[in-house]
Write a protein that binds this ligand. Structure first.
Ligand code: TIU
Length: 234
């Protein structure tokens, strides 16, 4: 067998394409995880951290239905699913003073809100929304920062499972999704972001947050939509 034939066979084995920008994504389902970022009540429901910062939570809720559909299909295919939650220890020992002090609202991280202590692990508001609730066997990564890799065991879990591609969904597009995609990119993961499955409180940040991922020939990754991923899974 020539090297060229070998390469073609390898390509065929890996090979399904997802229609994406700036060019098609070479999808390898067995080596790809669905990484759902911070779909927590604190960000998506009234009374949580997001609203506390002065945001309109309804802006994020449009991402729920496409995520639910994609997650359903992903689970039906038996592919890897990983969830993240942003939050802190009840004693707030992992909360930098710089993060605690920011926002200048009446209430901050660790204070009592309508869904328990804001952005604190174990509180109702910190948990994932019921529509996308994790199932047994789906790792949940608790992260103290915006990125999913910093101060977590996500990289080790992905390595142990042979994952090298990520479909990254969740909230918010320009903050935790963008930070996590950048962290993943630097660690060698190929990241695809379906635009309808991520959400921002700000329409202009939604647009720019996606543009800056796919600019310059895909500087951090690819942008697509859930329909294109579902088509590749069919
Ligand atoms: N405020 C905001 O847009 N986002 C966050 O604080 N965290 C996440 O994006 N998860």
């Amino acid at each position: 067998m020539t090297a060229a034939t070998g390469r073609n066979l390898m390509k065929k084995k890996a090979g399904r394409k997802i229609d994406a920008e700036p060019y098609a994504f070479d999808f390898d389902p067995g080596a790809c995880a669905l990484l759902i970022i911070d779909m927590q009540r604190d960000f998506l429901e009234p009374g949580g951290f997001g609203e506390m910062l002065g945001n309109d939570v309804s802006q994020l809720r449009r991402a729920i239905a496409p995520n639910k559909k994609l997650l359903g299909k992903w689970r039906a295919k038996g592919l890897a699913v990983i969830h993240t939650r942003e939050g802190h220890r009840p004693d707030l020992a992992d909360l930098p003073e710089s993060k605690r002090a920011r926002g200048h609202g009446k209430k901050g991280i660790g204070d009592y809100g309508p869904m328990g202590r804001i952005l604190v692990r174990g509180e109702a508001g910190h948990d994932i929304i019921p529509e996308l609730y994790p199932r047994m066997g789906e790792p949940v990564i608790d992260k103290p920062g915006k990125g999913a890799f910093w101060a977590t065991d996500l990289h080790a879990i992905l390595q142990n499972r042979g994952i090298r591609q990520l479909i990254v969904t969740g909230v918010t597009t320009e903050v935790c999704v963008n930070t996590s995609v950048r962290e993943a990119n630097d660690r060698g993961y190929e990241c695809l972001v379906p635009a309808d499955c991520v959400g921002s409180y700000f329409p202009e940040f939604q647009e720019m947050g996606l543009k800056m991922i796919k600019a310059q020939g895909g500087i951090f990754g690819w942008v697509s939509n859930s329909a294109a991923i579902l088509a590749a899974l069919a």
